[in-house]
Design a binder for this molecule. Structure first.
Ligand SMILES: [Ca+2]
Ligand SMILES: [Ca+2]
Ligand SMILES: [Ca+2]
Length: 222
């Protein structure tokens, strides 16, 4: 059989996708041979990534659910699976996952709910060389990673040096699995040993799936 993409299908405004899990907005639909359409996720089901197969005359049609963008799932369904719709159509529609699940996003062709999770993966203090004064310039490098499944907007990362100082550093928004390194500097007493803690999202701008993994503490000698 020849393969033909369903994307080119004629749009029929009369066909709506509606099922238990969601109500996708119709993008396109295609008449197919009677009772030839099969959907692995049983209909307009945006919580499961499925695919459909059908035939039109001697052509094979098909499509696999996929993410149109970060928030939107593209969902395939057969009218055979959708009560109240014309029979023997294959349809493609979209659903904004934020309307289905709290903090919903599209991931691997389905909607998942979830939150960002910021954590400090590295925290380093480096003293400047070459000065003989009693003070020394110390640079702090903090790597913040989003290990959650949803994006985080811009946040603030703190560096708190006990007996030394405090800094709040603007930290860019991070997609899932993205990381960034931010820096700040302080003048500290040369030769003194300090405890310092770096904390991601210290002003608590972001709701995270784990709020207890945001801080990392080091001991260093300036
Ligand atoms: Ca699906
Ligand atoms: Ca489906
Ligand atoms: Ca966290």
């Amino acid at each position: 059989m020849k393969m033909k993409a369903l994307y080119a299908a004629v749009v029929l405004a009369t066909l709506t996708i509606a099922a238990a899990a969601s109500a996708s907005v119709l993008i396109s639909s295609q008449h197919v041979n009677a009772n030839s359409c099969f959907d692995t996720d049983g209909g307009d089901n945006v919580l499961v990534a499925g695919s459909i197969n059908a035939t039109l005359k001697d052509f094979s049609l098909g499509g696999t659910d996929h993410c149109i963008d970060q928030y939107t799932v593209g969902e395939y369904a057969c009218s055979n699976d959708v009560p109240g719709t014309p029979q023997n159509y294959a349809a493609f529609g979209s659903t904004d996952c934020r309307t289905v699940l709290t903090n919903g996003i599209c991931q691997a062709g389905r909607c998942v709910g979830g939150l960002a999770d910021l954590t400090v993966t590295s925290f380093r203090a480096t003293s400047a060389n070459g000065s003989n004064s009693s003070n020394v310039s110390v640079t702090f490098e903090v790597t913040v990673k989003n290990i959650g499944i949803n994006s985080a907007p811009q946040t603030y990362t703190s560096v708190n040096v006990i007996g030394g100082g405090f800094a709040s550093i603007a930290t860019p928004g991070l997609a899932p699995n993205a990381l960034t390194t931010v820096t700040t500097g302080m003048n500290l007493v040369r030769g003194r040993t300090y405890n310092a803690t770096a904390t991601a999202d210290w002003t608590n701008l972001v709701s995270e799936s784990n709020e207890n993994n945001n801080a990392r503490t080091i001991t260093f000698t300036a």
